[in-house]
Ligand binder design. Structure first.
Ligand SMILES: Nc1ncnc2c1ncn2[C@@H]1O[C@H](COP(=O)(O)OP(=O)(O)OP(=O)(O)O)[C@@H](O)[C@H]1O
Length: 288
């Protein structure tokens, strides 16, 4: 039997090969990169990592970033977290330039970044307390409990990070990040260190949470299938130095998504092959 193609959203044209990033000087997006360049000082002079990046992201969008190792994905998102500043151009959130880190933008890293001597509960509680020191104690603890329940970790609340699996640790990091209700959730290869089954489980949980809470998500990944399952758009970056956005692919599958169903859609393989072609032919990594 022929698979039934999925109904596609008409919100944006399906991927057509042309970049849909914006002309940000007149753009009213929620999160806007406007002519952004970033270089670092080195002993041999300045090293240009990013050049002329323009991108506009809408509130509540799920955007994945892909590109070869070292092209500048983490640097680009560190301009959103506020850990780094652009050398030229601006990154604005709600029309305000991002100048430093803040609780409206939370980052989840591949290596979890949990406090090893604290319990799961305490790791989340400390974040909640730092953002809402004056909330009543019972309310702070309820927020922690709710977010641990959201990622299925109620039973593990009193364990330390070394007493739980990698997948559980990453759930704690996600619960911690979401517990303070950020406007933007930045995920830097969050599932890169996990086995395939745990990774798929967490992708599904993340989508469910995002469906319920709709913050804007920016996620770095090396996995095209992960991006096709999760994202509204896939930003494909050119190679560095002086990397930029090569293309932005719209991912038109209707939500809520079902992994098996989207993989039966002929468009899935067109999009996948297009991204593979971008990475391995048009912008193949030059090892030299
Ligand atoms: N603080 C810094 N000083 C100098 N160079 C830096 C600094 N931070 C990053 N770089 C360089 O910028 C380039 C981009 O690094 P970045 O970590 O953003 O890449 P990436 O695409 O996220 O890589 P990966 O996929 O391997 O994590 C690299 O060449 C890196 O060495």
């Amino acid at each position: 039997m022929q698979p039934t193609p999925l109904k596609l959203k008409s919100r944006r044209p399906a991927h057509s090969g042309q970049a849909d990033y914006t002309q940000p000087s007149s753009d009213q997006g929620f999160l806007v990169f406007d002519q952004v360049s970033k270089s670092f000082p080195t002993a041999k002079g300045r090293f240009p990592v990013l050049e002329n990046v323009n991108l506009s992201i809408q509130q509540g969008e799920f955007v994945c970033f892909i590109g070869h190792s070292g092209c500048g994905k983490s640097t680009l998102l560190s301009l959103v977290s506020g850990f780094q500043q652009a050398t030229q151009g601006s990154v604005t959130l709600n029309g305000q330039p991002i100048l430093k880190p803040g609780p409206d933008r939370m980052v989840v890293f591949q290596n979890y970044a949990l406090l090893p001597w604290r319990t799961v509960f305490e790791n989340v509680y400390l974040a909640v307390k730092s953002v809402w020191p004056n909330k009543p104690e019972a309310q702070k603890r309820a927020i922690v409990r709710d977010h641990l329940a959201m990622v299925g970790l109620t039973e593990a609340a009193d364990k330390r990070p070394d007493q739980i699996s990698g997948g559980m640790r990453q759930r704690v990091s996600i619960a911690r990040a979401l517990s303070i209700r950020p406007e933007v959730l930045i995920l830097d290869e969050p599932f890169g260190a996990l086995d395939a089954i745990t990774k798929e489980e967490l992708q599904e949980e993340l989508l469910k949470i995002w469906n319920d809470h709709r913050c804007t998500v920016l996620m770095i990944t090396h996995d095209i299938d992960e991006a096709l399952f999760l994202a509204d758009r896939l930003v494909m970056m050119t190679n560095g130095p002086a990397a930029g956005i090569g293309e932005v692919m719209n991912i038109p599958f209707e939500r809520p998504r079902d992994r098996d169903q989207i993989m039966e859609d002929p468009q899935y393989y067109q999009l996948r092959n297009h991204a593979l072609d971008f990475l391995y032919n048009r912008f193949a990594h030059d090892e030299s």
